[in-house]
Design a protein around this ligand. Structure first.
Ligand SMILES: Nc1ncnc2c1ncn2[C@@H]1O[C@H](COP(=O)(O)OP(=O)(O)OP(=O)(O)O)[C@@H](O)[C@H]1O
Ligand SMILES: [Mg+2]
Length: 302
């Protein structure tokens, strides 16, 4: 992990609340804190995993972090500058540096656009290059993600899921960002393809010094990719630690439950393992709890 002191990204006490209006004829209103007082830093070149069950607030954290939605309260800093509430003209500079890759590699693509134009589009918007120069840049991006540039004139439906995700990744790195939110980018892919895409993320990180917020609902996926891992439950971070500490010495009952949910390849050992039940009413996050340090860089909600 990098030892740089100024974080690339800082999230400070982020809250995102969704309020549903009361219906005119019956039907109660609702108020849901999808993200509830979340704070973390990401260093340049670092990968922070964000793990938790469906509905725990992972995608909302990613979207609010990138200012795709405004926070209810709290702030996001990028390279030490606050970006919460910036006007779109001032946000443009940051937009280039922060990108997102989504779970479904097909719906992210535009079916009517050649994949070459799709990858080159951010360059067209942000940089004044001739069309030949733009093509050359796009071809370089195709090679970078392991695709033959001769594919550039084809359409999305001609590609496999793994290839489509490579195309999305090529577009995400087109403007040489320093940070990418990867929101379950391998969940929709065949298991045999997942490792290849993970490797691609790692290669790009080495080559470009990228930092990632890598969202997953399963701890096994983030084990080898992430420097640190944050575990989210009901909108709160219940544990955040260097990956090794989290896997060797998980402290929060929810993290422990997630760990025992990862199957062990040996069926004899697997049969003998005790799967810890997790009781949300006993061990779930409670108001007033705070993240407390239990080891180097290792924090647990208690
Ligand atoms: N625009 C919205 N309006 C109202 N509620 C929302 C909205 N977006 C998300 N939510 C709610 O916020 C909570 C967190 O959702 P979010 O999509 O962030 O979870 P997630 O951890 O990404 O889940 P998944 O693993 O299923 O992708 C959920 O209860 C969801 O229903
Ligand atoms: Mg999600």
């Amino acid at each position: 992990m990098s030892a740089v002191s100024t974080p690339l990204v800082s999230v400070r006490n982020l809250v995102k609340q969704y309020d549903g209006r009361k219906k005119l004829f019956g039907g109660a209103g609702f108020s849901l804190r999808a993200v509830d007082d979340v704070s973390f830093d990401i260093a340049p070149g670092e990968t922070l995993g964000l793990v938790g069950e469906s509905g725990s607030g992972k995608s909302t954290t990613g979207r609010v972090l990138l200012q795709l939605e405004p926070p209810t309260s709290g702030e996001v800093l990028f390279k030490g500058e606050t970006i919460s509430g910036l006007k779109s003209s001032r946000m443009k500079r940051f937009r280039r540096e922060m990108q997102i890759v989504f779970q479904d590699p097909y719906s992210a693509l535009d079916p009517r656009m050649t994949v070459g134009d799709f990858v080159a589009e951010p360059i067209l918007v942000h940089e004044s290059l001739s069309s030949a120069e733009r093509r050359e840049r796009a071809a370089g991006l195709f090679r970078l993600v392991g695709l033959d540039p001769s594919f550039m004139s084809r359409y999305p439906h001609e590609f496999s899921g793994g290839q489509r995700q490579r195309i999305n990744i090529a577009r995400a790195v087109a403007l040489r960002p320093s940070f990418i939110v990867a929101d379950e980018p391998i969940t929709a892919l065949d298991v045999s393809i997942q490792a290849q895409i993970i490797n691609l993320f790692q290669d790009l990180q080495e080559e470009m010094g990228l930092a990632y917020l890598f969202v997953a609902h399963d701890l096994s996926m983030v084990r080898y990719l992430c420097h640190r891992v944050a575990v989210m439950l009901r909108g709160r971070i219940v544990e955040i630690a260097p990956a090794e500490a989290l896997f060797e010495d998980a402290r929060h009952p929810y993290t422990q439950a997630l760990l025992t949910a990862i199957p062990v390849p040996d069926p004899r050992i697997e049969r003998q393992r005790r799967h810890r039940p997790f009781d949300l009413s006993v061990h779930g996050p409670k108001p007033g709890q705070e993240l407390r340090e239990v080891g180097p860089n290792h924090f647990v909600l208690s």
